[in-house]
Design a protein around this ligand. Structure first.
Ligand code: SF4
Ligand code: SF4
Length: 479
C-alpha cells in the first residue's frame, strides 16, 4: 500500500499523466461575485477559521469553568448538538465546509516554520488503516467517557485536537493530521463523496502545459495541496479539505469549485482499488449504525447480558466488544462474504478476479446509505435541540454580567420541529439513502454479482430504521 491519494503528487511534473475524466463545471462557486472573491482571497480561509477559533476558545473556556451540566454548558450543547448537525447539513448542501474553516489547522503556519521542510509521513502509514482505527477508537471513547455528558471532557477533547494537529504539522512536511489521523476529517472526507461540489481543473489543456504544477507542489507565494491531491487528476472529494490552497497556488487561475451531479463520484469508478479504501467505506456505514445503536435501550440490555456471560462489569471492555463487533467485525466479515459471493455468482472469467478488486468495485456503492444514516442521526439531535443554544448562551452571558433577551433563560426552548415529525423524517432519509446506494450498485458489475451487496445494504438500512424507531437519548441535552 503506497499512498492514500486519489490523485497523488506528481513525481515528475512533466511526466504526470493527466486524467481526461472530469465533471464539467455547471456552476463554479469560485466565480460567484462576492463569495467567490472571498474564497479566492489570500486570507479567505482565515476569514472562516478565525470565527471558529473564537468559538472553540469559548467552548473550551465554558467547558472548563462553566456549569458541569451538559444541557447548560456551551461546550456540550454546541459540540454535540449543533456542530454535528450543521456539519452534515453543510456536507449535504455544499461539501466539506468544516475542514475548510477548521480552526485546528490554524497553528499550521507556525508549525511549518518549526518543522522547516519536515520529514515525510512513514510509508507504512500512508493509507487509511490508521484513519479507520482512529475513527472507531474515537467513537468508542465517546461512548466510554460519555463525552456528550461532560463539559470538562469535551473541552479537553477540543484542546487535544489542537495539540495533536500542531505536533503532527510540526513534525511532518505534508498535512498528515488531516489526511491520515483526524477522525473528524475522515468523517468529512467520506461524507463529502456525496457532496454536490468538487475541486476540478477548468481547462485540462492548461494543466498539460503547466510546468510547475503549483496546485500540488506549491510556490514561493502559496502552499500546495497539504493532502497532496493533484487537481487535474482529482476524481473524488476524498481527502479534500476544501482549504483552497490549490486555487491560490495555481498561476493560471485554473481551479474551479464546480457543481456536479450529486452522486457523480459514487456512480463512477472514482476510488483507488485498495483494501483500506473499501473497508473505510464499509466501516463508515456500520459505524453509523453502531453509533446510533449506542444511544438506544437495547445496547444496555446487550451490555448487561455480555457482562453476565463474561463475569465482568468493565464498561470499557463491554463497549469495545459491542462496538468492535458492529463497527469492525461486521463490515469486514460481511464485506468479505459479499465480495466472495459476488465473485462466485459471476459466470466465466470474472471468477478469477482478485477479491480486492471485487470489494473495490461494490463497496463504494454503500456511501449514500452510510451518509444517510449519519445524517439522520445527527439531524435528529440537531432538530430536537437546536434552540437550546439560546438559553445556554443567555445563561453564559448572565454569568458574565450581560443580560441578553431578559434576565431569565427560557429553558423550555429546544426542538426546531415537533418531535413526532422527526422519526418519519429519519426513516425517509434512510430510505432515500438506500435507494441511492441501490442505484449506484446497479451501475457496477453484473446483476447476479450485485445481489449479495443488495442484501447487505438492505440489512444495514433495516437496522438503522429499527434503531431510529426506538427512543434515543438526547445527548448533549441531558445531565
Ligand atoms: S497549477 Fe493550475 S494549471 Fe498547473 S496543473 Fe495545477 S491546476 Fe493545472
Ligand atoms: S482544496 Fe485544493 S489544496 Fe485543498 S485539499 Fe482540496 S485539492 Fe488540496
Amino acid at each position: 500500500m503506497s499512498s492514500t491519494s486519489v490523485a497523488e503528487r506528481p513525481a515528475s511534473p512533466r511526466r504526470t499523466p493527466i486524467a481526461l475524466y472530469q465533471p464539467q463545471p455547471e456552476v463554479d462557486l469560485l466565480r460567484t461575485r462576492r463569495l467567490g472573491r472571498l474564497l479566492r482571497w489570500r486570507w479567505g480561509r482565515l476569514a472562516f477559521q478565525l470565527p471558529l477559533l473564537g468559538l472553540a476558545a469559548l467552548l473550551v473556556y465554558d467547558g472548563l469553568t462553566g456549569p458541569q451540566l451538559a444541557s447548560q454548558n456551551l461546550a456540550t450543547v454546541i459540540t454535540w448538538v449543533h456542530y454535528r448537525g450543521l456539519v452534515v447539513l453543510a456536507l449535504l448542501l455544499v461539501g466539506n465546509l468544516f475542514c475548510m474553516g477548521c480552526p485546528f489547522t490554524l497553528p499550521r503556519t507556525l508549525a511549518r516554520r518549526l518543522s522547516g521542510r519536515g520529514r515525510r509521513w512513514p510509508k507504512a502509514l500512508r493509507n487509511k488503516w490508521l484513519a479507520i482505527a482512529l475513527l472507531v477508537l474515537s467513537l468508542w471513547a465517546y461512548e466510554w467517557l460519555d463525552l456528550w455528558a461532560s463539559p470538562v471532557l469535551t473541552a479537553w477533547f477540543i484542546v487535544a485536537y489542537f495539540v495533536a494537529a500542531f505536533v503532527l504539522e510540526a513534525l511532518f512536511a505534508e498535512s498528515p493530521f488531516c489526511k491520515y489521523v483526524c477522525p473528524l476529517g475522515t468523517f468529512n472526507f467520506v461524507s463529502s463523496t456525496v457532496a454536490p461540489y468538487q475541486i476540478v481543473a477548468r481547462d485540462h489543456d492548461v494543466c498539460r502545459t503547466c510546468a510547475g504544477k503549483e496546485c500540488v507542489n506549491g510556490s514561493a507565494q502559496a502552499l500546495g495541496c497539504g493532502t497532496e491531491l493533484f487537481v487535474p487528476a482529482m476524481r473524488s472529494n476524498l481527502d479534500c479539505t476544501l482549504c483552497l490552497d490549490c486555487v491560490r497556488a495555481c498561476p493560471y487561475d485554473n481551479v474551479a469549485l464546480a457543481r456536479r451531479p450529486r452522486l457523480h463520484e459514487v456512480y463512477q469508478d472514482s476510488y483507488p482499488r485498495r483494501w483500506d479504501v473499501a473497508f473505510l467505506f464499509l466501516v463508515f456505514a456500520f459505524a453509523g449504525v453502531g453509533n446510533a445503536f449506542g444511544m438506544v435501550p437495547p445496547v444496555y440490555a446487550l451490555a448487561a447480558w455480555l457482562s453476565s456471560v463474561l463475569g465482568t462489569g468493565n464498561e470499557a471492555l463491554l463497549l469495545a466488544i459491542i462496538l468492535g463487533a458492529i463497527m469492525v467485525a461486521m463490515p469486514v466479515g460481511l464485506g468479505l462474504a459479499a465480495a466472495w459471493l459476488s465473485r462466485r455468482l459471476v459466470a466465466g472469467r470474472g471468477r478469477g478476479e482478485p477479491l480486492r478488486a471485487v470489494m473495490a468495485r461494490y463497496a463504494p456503492a454503500v456511501l449514500p446509505l452510510a451518509f444517510a444514516v449519519w445524517f439522520a442521526h445527527y439531524t435528529f439531535h440537531f432538530l430536537t435541540g437546536a434552540l437550546t443554544a439560546v438559553p445556554v448562551l443567555q445563561s453564559f452571558l448572565l454569568d458574565h454580567g450581560i443580560a441578553w433577551l431578559g434576565r431569565e433563560p427560557n429553558w423550555s426552548l429546544a426542538a426546531l420541529l415537533p418531535t413526532d415529525w422527526i422519526t418519519p423524517l429519519n426513516i425517509g432519509v434512510v430510505v432515500v439513502g438506500l435507494m441511492a446506494s441501490l442505484s449506484a450498485l446497479s451501475r457496477r458489475g453484473s446483476r447476479p454479482a450485485q445481489m449479495p451487496w443488495m442484501v447487505l445494504f438492505v440489512l444495514v438500512a433495516l437496522a438503522a430504521v429499527v434503531i431510529f424507531t426506538l427512543p434515543m437519548e438526547m445527548r448533549g441535552l441531558q445531565g
